[in-house]
Every structure is written in structure tokens, then in C-alpha cells.
Design a protein around this ligand. Structure first.
Ligand SMILES: [Zn+2]
Length: 850
């Protein structure tokens, strides 16, 4: 066939047609079917900012390849999508532009969904979940009441960041340089009654069950281990005296290093500690220091970074072993919410204590033997070693000294061994409008009363004023005023809404029963969640919060009899980032990569010819313009080319560097597949002489691609298809044959999960009337895939000494005999005693001689 007669590849119309066919025929709709094995593929749901970015495109394409592959393999595949649609940006848009958060959010969802549909991802949109709709959050309120009934929800006083101008609580990330991000007012730490979920009840289970997750990346598991932060140590009391020598309440501290007890040279308490408050009563300096420290807010990172400062109290702590009097400071680096809010400071062996002791000229006493040449006045020593300067522990190793200290304290009654966790209970209340209302009512007589279930959902009122000051729910004229469901007295609704991480802790369960009257339908849970979500895909930035909260939710729901599994996600893939060079003009603005032309290794703006500064690759972001928008790229290349580029350019876990050349490469490859399929289809007659080598290559490619998809080696999967394409083209030049046609058909089938639109089309071009989405995954003929001959490497004492070409089915005996007879091998074994000989089938022969 004259290639001039081949129709041009025009993805836009072809892709739209196939998307319509798939969705008109509900091809991706999944239902409980006990006859078929379920497979649940899940990608993290997006926040509907209104902008789909290429990071999303990569995430969803990775999932789609697996979903389509598993479907072709005969699994009943669940592949849903939804919207994590509560949160602050919508409320900010309301304040800034006077548009209702709900309107803003739903418009964004519509916009993003329209673009998403153009990528042909095989989502079952009938399962779509939108977390800001009462049809979702009403069930979340029901679950919240279930958690409450199980004792997993409680209210207590906690420190929060308080914006005194806006009269609202701020999240840690809303505190910028100690000031409220909106008002600019210095933030204060304040004790407020807050809602908590008792995640610490599951601290040990969350830690121990990580070992049951071999399908998770080690680095994510390590981050969770550190976040939970289980440590063994000792909780003990210092006797405290005031300046007159009178005894005050003892000071309780926790230490993971009681072996360093003799190295303690001072104690420190948090600004909110009762002892600090007592000192402030008589000392204006201490009161002023506490006020200053409270302006740091509650974010651990900020406190860690800040200069260590303190104020000396008039009290002393009596060392339980030596009887020495240690000074007590109020210090800005001690947190009331961690441990007991007080510490014993061992400056010789702790970074923070060392910095503080240096600043205030306090003694630094080493009690672990220092490495040769270590200057303890310059830096602490935090490593292991033998205990010194400690009458009770001298000569012992750290572990042994810890055990001795605990035994002594327990025997004398001033302390005890204790396990401590870094993990805190989860504060879930937010003083904001755009979130799920917490379903409780405050009655002056009955206290906190749950909203009766038949009154759920507690819906957000539509008519709120968004002026940015305080919580709109609290200021609404009528919404919070209700009668107590228990006694009928005048009462008030809770005006806090839930942290949006609550919404994302169970969305993957609601996908399975989006229409159910109960939050979770038992039949659906038992079928789809037996072993959890089979494959979860998303960013590493969610390694702790979202992935830990979801694990907690699933464990709690399992213990309530609502779920068959104790872990939400059996396997987790964290995809790498998308990075790209950015191109900057002289005025500091950025130019999109598509607007850049290169001349003699220098970059210029296409339209103006202005020379551009090329900045090193970094994460693709809107502010840097360093990646073109998905919409614009779709119009230029079509979905299949972009999908292929994402899959081929880097392995999924690695960062993917933006490259127009690589996108062009993907486009050209699809063009070659297009041309070959059309040539084969148009041939008048095909030669029937068998081509064994090509046939073997085809079956080998089926094996490779199948294996590669299963282990997420998508880039080598595409590479295998490209290799086969080359072989097919070479064979086609010698004449179109049945084998070439079989090869072209197989190539189209293997590429289908990656580039579903063009392959559906070419499958029809090749004469098939049934759609490819209904076709099973190709199965290799293992015998045909066998090589006739293989090359074996021969090693003597670990060094390669020769190579051997042998029949593929050679026996071990023959392989060893032929290896020993090789001319190149002979000199190395001649006259020596053979200690070991081994044939590794298909690969090598190893010989060991004395
Ligand atoms: Zn009441």
C-alpha cells in the first residue's frame, strides 16, 4: 500500500469518539459479583482547585494502566474517582470574590472533570464521591457518632494558635513568622476546648501492623514509625523547693535516657506549665517571657528552629540520686503537649539542652565516655558508650544503666519505667465554615449531646456572611440556636467543623456504596475490601497524615464490625514529582516551555526573540510556568501521546523531567504503530511462510509486558513494545506476512492499557468488530517464546573466563562438561582440584578450583 493513502493520525476526534463509546456503554462500571475476583485500583482524590496539573495526569495514568490491564485479565476492577472538596481555599475565594464556597467548588469540579474525561481514564463515574455534599458528609457525621459511642471521640482543653484580630484558631501552616497569615497580628497560644479522635488508642497496632504491608515503600513505613515515635524511658519526680526551702508539688518529667541522670544540670518547664504560672504570679519578668513564648504558636518545626530562650524561676529541683539543687527555667523549647511539659536537661548529651546551657552558662557534665578528641563545650555527644561520672552506673553500657535507673526509682518509689509515643490524639475541630459540621449540641443542663441520627445530616447553612473574621457558623443569626434533643431546653449547636483529613480517611469506602442508606454497605465492604484496596497510588507528601489517619479509621471500623480488613491499602505506590526547567525573561517573568526555541545551545522566546535564562529543573508549578497546562497539551498531541510520554520517560517512583522532545518521541512512535497497522490491514495478500524468529519475539514481548505491568516497570514495558515495533518494521520491509499481522495485532493489544484510544481504533482497522476493551489479555505460548540457543557465561573463581552458545534446553551435565572443555577455560582449571561446579539454567556456569 502506498503510504500516501494512509489516513493521517488525528487523535482529537478519534479519542472523543472512543470516550463516548466507553461511557455510553458503561464499560467501566463495577458491581459486586461473587463469581469474579475483585481488584481495587485507587488514586488519591484531588482537591478541586479548578486546575488539573500534569502531576495529576501522571498519577491517574499510572493507575489507569493497571486498571485496564487487570480488567483484561478477567478481574472485576473497581476504579473510582472523587473530590476532596472541603477546605480553606474555597472559603478564601468566598472572602475575596464574594462567591459562595459551594458554588466555587462545584464550578471547579465541573471544569476539572471535563478535562479529566479527555484523558480517557477508565473511571466508574457512577461511584463518584464529593465530600462537600450532604450525601457524603451526613454519613461522616454518623460515623463520628459511632466513634463517639466507642469512646474514640472526646473534648478537652488544648493549646491552639489564636489570632486575636480575626478571633479564630489558626492551623500551624497559617502562622507566618509568628503572625496570623491574614490579619498580620502576632499569634497567641491559647487553651481552648477542642474535639479529639483517640488515634493513640491504636498507636501500637499502627506501628506493629506496618510489618504486614510488604507492598508499601520502606521510606513511607519509616516515616510512620518515626511519627508514632514509640520510646521506652522513665517517668520520675524531682522534689521542688521554693526560695525559702519549702516543698512545692513535685516536678514530673519523662526521659528516654535515665542513664544520663547524673548529667542533669538543670530542669525546664513549658510556658503553660503550672510551675511557670506560679512563678509568673510574683515575677513580671517571667510573666513577660511567657507572653513572648506564647507568640511562637504551636508548630513543632517553628519551635525547633527558634533560638532557645528561658527565664530562671526562684525554685530548685532536688536531684533524686545526688541531692544537688538544680535550677528550674521556663523555656520556650519545651512543649506542654509533649510528655509532662517538663524536662531534665542533660546538656552534654542533647542538642537543645546544650544550646541552652551554652547561652545561660550552665554546667555541662559528660556522663557517657566521649570519643577521642571530642570537645564537649563545643558540641554535645549523642552516641552510645560506657557510662562515666555516675556512681551508680559507672562502667555499664547505656541499656544496662537505663534498666538499673528504672529498678532503683521503682524500688524507692520516685519513678517508673514507661512507654511513650510521639503520636498525639488528633484534634479534628476547625473554627471554619467550609467543612463537615460536628454533630453535637451543647445543652446548659445535659452537657454535650449527640445529634439524634434521624436528624442527620446537620447541613451547613447557605446564607452565611464571609468577611474573614471569626467562624461564619458562630456568627449566623439562627443556625446554632436549637432545642436540646434530650431535655428540650434552649441549647446551641457545635459550630466547629471537621478537619478535612477526616473526609479523606474513608472516601475510598464510600466509593463502594455511594448510594447506600448507611455509611458503609456490608455486602460491598465484604466483597471489595477483603484484603483492602489492592493498589493505592499517590504522592509521598501524604506519607504520614492521610495514610496514618486512614489506617486508624479502618482499624476502628473493623473493630466495630463494619469492615473485613484492618489495613486500608495492601500496596502503595508513591510516584515521583514532575520537574522541569523554567525559562525566565529579563523582567523576571516566566515563559512556557512551548514558547521556547533553542539556537546554538541558548534559549530564546519564540515570539519576541528575547534571550532567556534557563533555571535548573524543579517541581512543575504554576508560578514558574515550567510545564504547559494539560488542556493546551491535549489540544496539541491528544491524550495517548501524553500518557505514553509519562509512562516511558521515567519509572513511576522517580521524578519525571519535562521534555518536549520526549513528548515528540512518544508522538512519533504512535505514528509508526499507526502506519504499520494500516499497511497490514490494506495488504491484498499476506505471505504465509512462518517467521520463527519474529514469532518468538512476539511471544517474548507478551511475557515481558505482562511481567513489567505487574511490577510497575512501565517504562521498560513501553521499551519492550518499541523493540517489537522495530522487529515488525524490519520484517515488513521483506514482505507482509501472517506473522507480521499477528505481531501488529499483539502490539496493539499490549499497548492498550497505556494508549487505549489509538489501539481501540487500530484493532478495528485490523479487521476486528468486537471492541478491544472486551478482549482478554494476550497469553504467550511459552514454548514459542523459548530461545533455540542461549549464551552462557563461564566463570572460574568468580571471574568470567569464557562464553558458550548452547541449545536452550541443555542439561546441567552437558553444560558443565562443555564449559570445562572450552579452550579459554582450560588453562584456569588444568591440574587443579575442582571444589565446586554449578549450572544456573539459562545464565551461567560457575567453577571453583583450589
Ligand atoms: Zn438538655
Amino acid at each position: 500500500m502506498n503510504t500516501a493513502l494512509i489516513p493521517p493520525y488525528t487523535p482529537s476526534s478519534l479519542e472523543a469518539d472512543w470516550q463516548k463509546t466507553w461511557f455510553d456503554n458503561n464499560v467501566f462500571e463495577a458491581h459486586v459479583n461473587p463469581e469474579k475476583q475483585p481488584f481495587y485500583v485507587l488514586e488519591m482524590l484531588p482537591y478541586p482547585s479548578g486546575q488539573l496539573h500534569m502531576g495529576h495526569v501522571r498519577n491517574y495514568t499510572l493507575g489507569d494502566v493497571l486498571a485496564r490491564f487487570k480488567r483484561a485479565q478477567g478481574f472485576n476492577v473497581m476504579h473510582p474517582m472523587g473530590w476532596d472538596s472541603f477546605g480553606l481555599p474555597a472559603e478564601n475565594a468566598a472572602i475575596k470574590r464574594g462567591i459562595h464556597p459551594g458554588t466555587w467548588t462545584l464550578e471547579n469540579i465541573a471544569e476539572m472533570k471535563a478535562v479529566m474525561k479527555k484523558f480517557g481514564w477508565s473511571y466508574d463515574w457512577s461511584k463518584e464521591v464529593t465530600t462537600c455534599l450532604p450525601s457524603y458528609y451526613g454519613h461522616q457525621q454518623a460515623l463520628f457518632l459511632d466513634f463517639f459511642a466507642k469512646g474514640l471521640v472526646y473534648k478537652k482543653e488544648a493549646l491552639v494558635n489564636w489570632d486575636p484580630i480575626d478571633q479564630t484558631v489558626l492551623a500551624n501552616e497559617q502562622v507566618v513568622d509568628g503572625k496570623g497569615w491574614r490579619s498580620g497580628a502576632p499569634v497567641e497560644r491559647k487553651l481552648l476546648s477542642q474535639w479529639f479522635l483517640k488515634i493513640t488508642h491504636y498507636a501500637d497496632a499502627l506501628l506493629d501492623d506496618l510489618t504486614t504491608l510488604p507492598g508499601w515503600p520502606d521510606r513511607v513505613k519509616t516515616m510512620q514509625v518515626n511519627w508514632i515515635g514509640k520510646s521506652q524511658g522513665m517517668k520520675f519526680d524531682f522534689t521542688v523547693q521554693d526560695e525559702a526551702g519549702a516543698a512545692l508539688d513535685p516536678l514530673t518529667v519523662f526521659s528516654t535516657r535515665p542513664d544520663t541522670l547524673y548529667g542533669a544540670t538543670f530542669c525546664a518547664v513549658a510556658p503553660e506549665h503550672p510551675l511557670a504560672k506560679k512563678a509568673a504570679e510574683t515575677s513580671p519578668e517571667i510573666a513577660a517571657f511567657i507572653a513572648e513564648a506564647s507568640r511562637m504558636g504551636t508548630a513543632q518545626e517553628i519551635i525547633d528552629r527558634a533560638e532557645k530562650k528561658g527565664a530562671l524561676t526562684p525554685y530548685v529541683a532536688i536531684h533524686p540520686l545526688t541531692g544537688d539543687k538544680l535550677p528550674i527555667f521556663v523555656a520556650n523549647f519545651v512543649l506542654m503537649t509533649y510528655g509532662t511539659g517538663a524536662i531534665m536537661a542533660v546538656p552534654a548529651h542533647d542538642e537543645r539542652d546544650h544550646a541552652f546551657a551554652t547561652k545561660y552558662n550552665l554546667p555541662i557534665t559528660p556522663v557517657v565516655s566521649l570519643p577521642e578528641g571530642h570537645d564537649i563545650t563545643a558540641a554535645p555527644y549523642t552516641g552510645d558508650g560506657e557510662v562515666v561520672n555516675s556512681p551508680l552506673f559507672n562502667g555499664k553500657q547505656v541499656d544496662e544503666a537505663i534498666a538499673t535507673a528504672i529498678a532503683k526509682a521503682e524500688a524507692e518509689g520516685w519513678g517508673e519505667g514507661q512507654t511513650q509515643y510521639r503520636l498525639r490524639d488528633w484534634g479534628v475541630g476547625r473554627q471554619r465554615y467550609w467543612g463537615c459540621p460536628i454533630p453535637f449540641i451543647h445543652c446548659p443542663d445535659c452537657g454535650v449531646v449527640p445529634v439524634p441520627r434521624d436528624q442527620l445530616p446537620v447541613k451547613l447553612p447557605e446564607d452565611c456572611a464571609f468577611d474573614g473574621a471569626g467562624n461564619p457558623l458562630d456568627k449566623h443569626p439562627t443556625w446554632k440556636h436549637v432545642d436540646c434533643p434530650s431535655c428540650g431546653a434552649k441549647a446551641e449547636r457545635e459550630t466547629d467543623t471537621m478537619d478535612t483529613f477526616m473526609d479523606s480517611s474513608w472516601y475510598f469506602l464510600r466509593y463502594l456504596c455511594p448510594e447506600a442508606d448507611e455509611p458503609l454497605d456490608k455486602t460491598a465492604m465484604d466483597y471489595w475490601m477483603k484484603g483492602g484496596v489492592n493498589q493505592y497510588i499517590g504522592g509521598i507528601e501524604h506519607a504520614v497524615l492521610h495514610l496514618l489517619y486512614s489506617r486508624f479509621f479502618v482499624k476502628a471500623l473493623r473493630d466495630m464490625g463494619k469492615l473485613p480488613c484492618g489495613e486500608p491499602f495492601a500496596a502503595l505506590l508513591c510516584q515521583g514529582m514532575l520537574i522541569g526547567n523554567s525559562y525566565q525573561k529579563a523582567d523576571g517573568t516566566y515563559v512556557y516551555p512551548s514558547q521556547v526555541v533553542w539556537k546554538d545551545g541558548k534559549a530564546f522566546e519564540k515570539d519576541t526573540g528575547e534571550a532567556l535564562t534557563v533555571l535548573a529543573a524543579e517541581k512543575i508549578s504554576k508560578s514558574k510556568n515550567n510545564g504547559d497546562s494539560p488542556d493546551e497539551l491535549l489540544a496539541r498531541y491528544g491524550a495517548d501521546t501524553l500518557r505514553l510520554f509519562m509512562l516511558f520517560t521515567a519509572p513511576p517512583e522517580r521524578d519525571l523531567e519535562w521534555s518536549e522532545q520526549a513528548i515528540d518521541g512518544a508522538w512519533r512512535f504512535l505514528g509508526r504503530v499507526w502506519t504499520l497497522a494500516h499497511k497490514v490491514a490494506a495488504a491484498d495478500a499476506l505471505q504465509s511462510a512462518p517467521n520463527e524468529a519474529l514469532n518468538r519475539k512476539i511471544h517474548q514481548t507478551i511475557l515481558r509486558v505482562t511481567k513489567d505491568i505487574e511490577r510497575f516497570h512501565y517504562n521498560t514495558m513501553v521499551a519492550a513494545c518499541m523493540e517489537l515495533m522495530n522487529d515488525l518494521n524490519r520484517a515488513a520491509e521483506e514482505g507482509l506476512s501472517d506473522t507480521v499481522k499477528f505481531g501488529a495485532e499483539t502490539l496493539v493489544r499490549l499497548l492498550n492499557p497505556a494508549v487505549p484510544h489509538i489501539t481501540e481504533h487500530l484493532w478495528q482497522v485490523l479487521g476486528h468488530t468486537d471492541p478491544l476493551y472486551a478482549a482478554p489479555w494476550p497469553v504467550a505460548d511459552e514454548a514459542a517464546a523459548q530461545e533455540d540457543e542461549i549464551t552462557l557465561v563461564v566463570q572460574v573463581n568468580g571471574k568470567v573466563r569464557g562464553k558458550l552458545v548452547v541449545p536452550a534446553d541443555i542439561s546441567a551435565e552437558d553444560a558443565l562438561a562443555m564449559a570445562k572443555a572450552l579452550d579459554e577455560v582450560q588453562p584456569w582449571i588444568e591440574g587443579k582440584a575442582l571444589k565446586k561446579e554449578l549450572y544456573v539454567p539459562g545464565r551461567l556456569v560457575t567453577l571453583a578450583v583450589a
